[in-house]
Design a protein around this ligand. Structure first.
Ligand code: CUA
Length: 364
């Protein structure tokens, strides 16, 4: 009987192992094609300095990181104290072979101890609440200085639109902001709106998350102290491509930022006869009803403004590096790079695709 039980247990272990191995193999098969092609993003993102919530470079993110460390220190001390006392008691008062078989002394009622274990937690909660309220107040109630720059952020499934009302320009997915000197802050004030469902704007090194909600306007601000590129993402599940709704914040010293603004204000690159065919493809298909290219009649607003497409490092909201080869793959069938994307495949012929890409790469 015993050996039969052992044999059955062994068989079910083997079955379980086989099931597990099959599941892992299936997962790898499904995930492999997606992992194999990152369209140059992995290599590009490795060039960007690492760091997340614990290496802030902007005042709101610093305030949150400080509060997080403070909370961690207090709760860590509580954990060590309680855990230490528990461990000490377990060892010191463990059962021993020659113990008498009776209950230990039962002690009830000690006003000093009861007072202590009520008062100390109340004090701790009070301190944590006060510091949290203060941080929230510092970040959310900060008044906007007169020299603040403004950006209107509009979240879409699944990309970001950035309007600069002070300059009359618009871009997508890559937010450029000027460096802010802590001695003379020049912060950027963001107004966040959604075109469809709930999203959340999060660039961990610059600020906390702010939800972007339909029919509601939220605000936040950043004042980056270090030039560089900061990665962010949508932090609220918003549909199929939620994970590919990435943000790049490009922080530049003021003169370089001003150059970027000046370039963005220009109309699209001059159109030569050689590029005419590509422009015809763009205007002759549905492209023009969803995208704007200033200087052409394309003035759609459903998709990103493409007037200065080539000034961006990535396409598809951070799904691929912006190269002519990737553009061509994207234009042939965007879903190949971003399954579920709302831009349809336009079924263009090979020569139309080539003409289109040749024209698009002039949109600097
Ligand atoms: Cu947008 Cu998640």
């Amino acid at each position: 009987m015993g050996s039969w039980l052992r044999r059955t247990a062994e068989l079910s272990r083997i079955r379980l192992f086989r099931l597990g191995a099959t599941a892992v193999a299936a997962l790898i098969l499904v995930a492999a094609p997606a992992l194999a092609k990152d369209w140059g993003m992995g290599a590009a993102n490795r060039q960007i300095a690492r760091g997340a919530v614990f290496s802030p470079v902007s005042t709101p993110a610093s305030a949150i990181a400080t509060l997080a460390l403070f909370t961690l220190a207090i709760t860590g001390a509580i954990f060590l104290t309680v855990g230490g006392l528990l461990l000490y008691s377990l060892v010191r008062f463990r059962a021993r072979p020659n113990d008498e078989p009776r209950e230990p002394a039962q002690i009830y009622g000690s006003s000093p101890i009861e007072f202590a274990w009520t008062a100390i937690p109340v004090l701790i909660v009070f301190v944590l609440a006060m510091t949290t309220i203060r941080t929230i107040y510092d970040v959310q109630a900060a008044s906007e200085p007169p020299n603040a720059m403004h950006v209107r952020v509009i979240a879409h499934q699944w990309w970001w639109e950035f309007w600069y009302p002070d300059y009359g320009i618009v871009t997508a997915n890559e937010l450029h902001v000027p460096l802010s000197d802590p001695a003379h802050p020049t912060p950027t004030w963001l107004v966040l709106e959604s075109a469809d469902v709930a999203h959340s704007f999060w660039v961990p090194r610059l600020a906390g998350k702010t939800d972007v909600i339909p029919n509601k306007i939220n605000t936040m601000w950043i004042d980056p102290h270090e030039a560089g590129i900061y990665l962010g993402q949508c932090a609220e599940f918003c549909g199929t491509e939620h994970a590919m709704m990435l943000i790049r914040v490009v922080v530049e010293p003021r003169p370089i930022f001003d150059q970027w603004v000046a370039a963005q204000r220009l109309p699209a690159a001059a159109q030569t006869a050689a590029l005419e065919r590509g422009r015809q493809v763009f205007q002759g298909n549905a492209c023009a009803s969803c995208h704007t290219v200033k200087g052409t009649f394309a003035s759609g607003t459903y998709g990103p403004d493409l007037t200065h497409l080539m000034s961006r490092q990535t396409i598809g909201s951070g799904v691929a590096m912006n190269t002519p080869e990737h553009l061509k793959i994207w234009l042939r069938d965007p879903a190949q790079m971003k399954p579920g994307v709302l831009m349809p495949a336009m079924n263009l012929q090979e020569n139309e695709l080539n003409d289109l890409v040749t024209w698009m790469v002039t949109l600097k």
